[in-house]
Design a protein around this ligand. Structure first.
Ligand SMILES: COC[C@H](NCc1c(COP(=O)(O)O)cnc(C)c1O)C(=O)O
Length: 307
């Protein structure tokens, strides 16, 4: 019994009409903790529990931390999540709702992460939000499900934060014999760590993150994401914060599902008719989800961005 669910693969009528091509949606927003994260985090937590872990420790104030908290509650393992002061009260509330111990420490993820690691004892397992082979192996299951449906996409659209979703989807494409299916890897312009690494030809750390898509806010992508870029066709694309938020608003109307701007970034390729999608007839969008938004927050952010 896995901790994640098999999610719907929808053919979106409104997005297909808008794009003039078939747009398929892998609805990871419907995973119980609210995002795709539970696929990889669930596999990692089950593995670490089998290896004797009696506590899971995470430094993610976002959806990865929430997936760890959800997995711990279902596996009967204690969870401690260390989050920076910038973490929203809503995110902290969601973590506590899953019975996780929440420690607020530091003004950045880096500080919270260092403190989280300092707490680790012999019986603890640290769950990294994106840089762990078990995460990539678990995330790949979403592509297995697409292959099992008998539908082969011409390209896959996904969002990039630290690169764990990208690494998982590429692993899934390769293990299903789809090395010819390119990935359109999307970031917001203020969180473009993968784009910077691609341009530089090596790993790059951004000086700062400057995007409302906070769940994409990793200053440096994992090395595995760069390895994927050297062995699989990947195009790195950027969208604005406004395009990402507008996509969330339109998606809520079109499909009645609220997602974070991190997910809106991918949907924006379709809603903004990005030229890069014109080459593909059957487009698969990973609707990665995200639980730390609210309708009120989305509307406030959109209004602020529109000025
Ligand atoms: C800073 O945050 C990293 C990570 N969120 C990552 C994330 C991504 C990107 O996934 P990644 O590329 O990090 O594996 C996409 N879409 C959503 C809704 C996400 O929450 C976290 O939750 O700690």
């Amino acid at each position: 019994m896995s901790l994640h669910i098999t999610t719907p693969l929808l053919s979106s009528r409104p997005l297909s009409l808008l794009a003039g091509r078939e747009v398929l949606l892998k609805m990871e927003a419907l995973q119980p903790p609210g995002s795709f994260k539970i696929r990889g985090i669930g596999l990692a937590c089950e593995t670490y529990q089998r290896q004797g872990a009696q506590r899971f420790v995470s430094s993610s104030g976002g959806n990865a931390g929430l997936a760890v908290a959800w997995a711990g509650r279902h596996l009967g393992v204690a969870v401690t999540v260390v989050v920076p002061e910038t973490t929203s009260l809503r995110a902290q509330e969601l973590l506590r709702q899953e019975q996780a111990e929440v420690i607020v420490y530091g003004s950045s993820w880096q500080e919270a992460n260092q403190y989280a690691r300092s707490l680790l004892g012999a019986r603890d397992a640290f769950l990294h939000p994106f840089d762990d082979p078990l995460l990539w192996q678990g995330h790949a299951s979403m592509i297995d499900e697409v292959a099992q449906s008998g539908i082969k996409p011409d390209a896959v659209v996904l969002s990039v934060g630290g690169g764990g979703l990208l690494a998982g989807v590429v692993a899934g494409l390769q293990r299903n014999g789809w090395r010819d299916v390119p990935v359109l890897a999307v970031e917001t312009t203020g969180a473009a760590s993968f784009h910077a690494a691609q341009a530089a030809g090596h790993s790059v750390e951004l000086a700062e993150i400057n995007s409302i898509a906070s769940s994409l806010g990793a200053k440096r992508v994992c090395d595995q994401a760069l390895r994927c870029a050297s062995e699989h066709p990947i195009e790195s694309l950027l969208v604005s914060d406004l395009a990402a938020v507008s996509a969330c608003e339109r998606f809520l109307d079109d499909h009645r599902v609220l997602v974070e701007p991190a997910c809106g970034a991918s949907l924006a390729l379709v809603y903004e008719a990005h030229p890069q999608i014109a080459a593909y007839q059957k487009l698969l969008v990973i609707v990665c989800g995200g639980a730390t938004s609210s309708v009120e927050q989305l509307q406030k952010t959109a209004a602020a961005l529109r000025g």
